[in-house]
Design a protein around this ligand. Sequence first.
Ligand code: SAH
Length: 692
Amino acid sequence: MKTFCGRANPTTGSMEWLEEGEDYDYHQEIARSRYADMLHDKDRNVKYYQGIRAAVSRVKERGEKAIVLDIGTGTGLLSMMAASAGADFCYAIEVFKPMANAAVKIVEKNGFSDKIKVINKHSTEVTVGPDGDMQCRANILVTELFDTELIGEGALPTYEHAHKYLVQEGCEAVPHRATVYVQLVESKRMWSWKKLFPVHVEAEDGEKILVPPSEMENCPGVPSVCDIQLNQMPSSDFTTLSDVVTMFSVDFSKPVQSASTYYRVQLEPVKSGKAQIVLSWWDIDMDPSGMINCTMAPYWVKPTSALQWRDHWMQCVYFLPNEEPVLQGEKLYLTACRDEYSVWYHLQKAREGEDKADEEEHKADVHVESPVCRCRAHLLWNRPRFGELNDQNRTRQYIKSLRKVLKTDSVCLCISDGSLLPVLAHYLGAKQPSRIDSYHPHELPQAFFKANHLEDKIKIIEARPELLKPSHLEDKKISVLVGEPFFTTSLLPWHNLYFWYARTAVSAHLASNVTVLPQSASLHMMIVEFQDLWRIRSPCGICEGFDVQTMDDMIKDSLNFRESKEAEPHPLWEYPCKSLSDPREVLTFDFTKAVPQHCLSTEGSVNLLRKGRSHGAVLWMEYHLAADISVSTGLMQMSNEKGNCEWNPHCKQAVYFFSSVIESEILSDPTAVTYAINFDTKTGEIAMDFKL
Ligand code: SAH
């Protein structure tokens, strides 16, 4: 059987469907899965084990047999914990076939085959009865079906079904309960991920201010969760306006309802400010008493010493539909609405003289529909892209460079997705800049232009670069070709080199003395030691006394499925690392010329200058806009002797994990890492190899 996988082609900027063997999909799924990260999550594992032991003892104390239902068993870990704790029998349900197969092997290797039955089904397909998958209903329900938003992986419908059909009334549940916490904050940084701020441009004829269209001002945005490593957000980047408040909790030992509902809390700001963001996280109590608690609380709520790093559970950022000025001590209602899979928030001021009794009245006001983007900007720009467009420093670099190259008679074409460059070019004097986007909801640029009275000032060309005709440009040649470059289909930093391919496609339309901005790009590389990110690709071996090496081997196989390993995108501002080598420019791409036929390759070696563990190489692009003006999508600063790095907060960098880690110790005789990097101009992909 063949499967088709969608992948953006960096040479054409469009999605292509590639035929892959049936194994491909699951290898991708395993290679990029969070199983390794979960197995490294010591805090989680220890607490599950404690909770499971306690639940088994409670059932035994009642003189009952302990029959466990483990939904989503993965490696079989929680079932093995239950069996070790004395459970009489475990039904371990796993829907993902390769995982269910691995669970069978792991259970056998650890000697639990007679106590644990692995069932490769979705829990809602599981049957109970003498001929069923389960002989009888279970009296202990164990699961780990949570994502950062708690319910995003379908925990609620799964629990609802399990209580109806698979477990006994009054069963024990591990975890017993989950509680969702919220805190109201003001944060220009996080708010810049949702709203476009006015852009100020110093033009010849005075200051121009670019404003977003009104549809955008009131747009609720998109419902997808914004999950981040909140512990990497410095306290200087936000102001807390309320205490931490309990929003809602779910008791997993009782029947659970998954139908849409809402929860409301009253809150009084501890500080006046602009309410923009609801930060949220959850904790789980493994037992009814709440003595075994596993929490995702961020550093300012929980002492840093007790923080467990994990990537499978982070924290959520929710954007209020509108910014709301609030006063210290005033009475507010915060409402969390949820459907089966997601949560969203809104804030209301209590009316004069209102108390709890009036709350009923408010019910009519609750919007149960999830947020839907009306302005289309939130479909075109994801949150980091909003942040990037709102980055005034970055805009300033582009303005400075455009000012250097634009003349009043410039024929300017911009190739980039959802870019503001044509508007900047217009303000800076280009008569009628044109633009080509590879992605096409043209309503957005149009609404945008309308709000700024630019409808007839900027021309949108609805053609792919290779189909550009002289008539699109009124038979003129392009004198200034600009791009950020940014394309929505790019996954890895070098995929934005599509700009180079597009530039090549429009070659016939370029004036002989054309200026291309950026004039070139360069690929940079650095060897790093990650503080924590290494865990997601590192074998676990023994987890809480259970041998899970089968899982490690499976992940390794999947990572090596392609002959050459691939780099993966990660936003490194969320994942601290220190540099072990100097950053090195490894390849350059000259946009003043067409893409060459031959590959671009380089080889060399870098010395490890600091003591540490080499986990991998980080790669990023820098764009050279004009003489002396460059923007980096990767390293912004290397702050101190220790090699701590500051990364561009709006971009993902490429991380290539080494298959084995080396410790560098002796600095007098530095270890060298040799590399070979190849940019295949036919495919637009970069292959690399490192030797330690
Ligand atoms: N219990 C393991 C793995 C947790 S990951 C551990 O704690 O280490 C969650 C697993 O649940 C995934 O493997 C996923 O495929 C599976 N899963 C999620 N919902 C399920 C359902 N309703 N029925 C069966 N498997 C499910």
